[in-house]
Design a protein around this ligand. Structure first.
Ligand SMILES: Nc1ncnc2c1ncn2[C@@H]1O[C@H](COP(=O)(O)OP(=O)(O)OP(=O)(O)O)[C@@H](O)[C@H]1O
Ligand SMILES: [Mg+2]
Length: 270
């Protein structure tokens, strides 16, 4: 079954998307998804169901065979743009540049004059509480600090669509919570679009306005769940009954999909 949210100009529109990796691995089958401008959407689904593939296609770094992907009126088909940025689980910083110089570099690449780039980079690093580490090199930072700088580097460029591929899953709880709030704050203040892949149900429900549930491979969108919580999520307790109710629903879906994936594997004789 294919589910569609109301269509949107300026949003992300994925229509009947089909992706096969050679020789014949069907990663996405007939996926359609309409995301409105300014929407924070999470994607949850079993491992291998095509979430990363979908993000890469939306970023323009992966090709596809059939269907159409349009962002802000522009067809995305292997063309990258700073407007569509990916935040990976393990953001690679340039090891030969300091933390601050990494952020400055990204801003200059987008065309900002050096002085302005330096001012903005310092502001973002300060916001993350890392001023004391601005002149440190990546090898001198902890994993959490590196990820924070990487996130600064992406957000400082003010992308229109932020594609997040499990960006906080390797972090300890404090770094994870601080980056979740930073991303929420960016989204809330700037009204940009976020598409956030995670395996963590609580994280999906805490951050997103809608959670897209995908089936086991090949990826098909099974359902889109509304999260009836206020946009000011920092006011929401993580153990609030509403949040837990949506999380329970999503968890049940995942348990069903995992069971189906296991049965399918047994049938093909794994
Ligand atoms: N470059 C590639 N070449 C061949 N097959 C690939 C390639 N990338 C992904 N696949 C396959 O496509 C399917 C979807 O992969 P994808 O990485 O999109 O899944 P995912 O949902 O992100 O999984 P996970 O939750 O484990 O990150 C998988 O079966 C995977 O093996
Ligand atoms: Mg993935």
């Amino acid at each position: 079954m294919t589910t569609t949210i109301s269509s949107a100009t300026g949003g992300l529109s994925v229509r009947n998307l089909h992706k096969t990796y050679p020789p014949d691995i069907v990663a996405l089958r007939d996926v359609s998804l309409e995301l409105r401008p300014g929407e924070f959407t999470a994607i949850i689904g079993p491992s291998g169901c095509g979430k990363t593939t979908l993000l890469k296609i939306a970023a323009g770094i992966e090709s596809y065979q059939r269907g159409e992907v349009v962002f802000a009126g522009e067809r995305v088909a292997g063309n990258t743009s700073w407007k569509r940025s990916v935040i990976y689980q393990d953001i690679r910083l340039f090891p030969w540049l300091t933390a601050q110089a990494n952020v400055v570099f990204a801003l200059e690449s987008k065309g900002l004059p050096k002085a302005e780039a330096r001012r903005l980079a310092a502001q973002w690093i300060e916001r993350q509480g890392l001023r004391a580490y601005a002149d440190a090199y990546p090898a001198e930072l902890s994993g959490g600090m590196r990820q924070k700088i990487g996130v600064c580097r992406v957000l400082a460029n003010e992308p229109e669509l932020i594609l997040c591929d499990e960006p906080f899953s390797a972090l300890d709880w404090t770094a994870r919570e601080s980056l979740q709030l930073e991303l929420l704050r960016y989204w809330y203040e700037q009204r940009k679009m976020v598409l956030f892949v995670t395996h963590n149900v609580e994280e999906a429900v805490y951050l997103a306005q809608r959670v897209v549930l995908m089936s086991a491979r090949p990826g098909v969108i099974k359902e889109i769940v509304d999260v009836p919580l206020p946009e000011e999520r920092w006011d929401v307790r993580r153990d609030s009954p509403q949040l837990l109710e949506v999380a329970r629903y999503v968890n049940n879906h995942i348990a069903d999909e995992v069971r189906k994936a296991q049965l399918a594997e047994q049938e093909v004789g794994y």
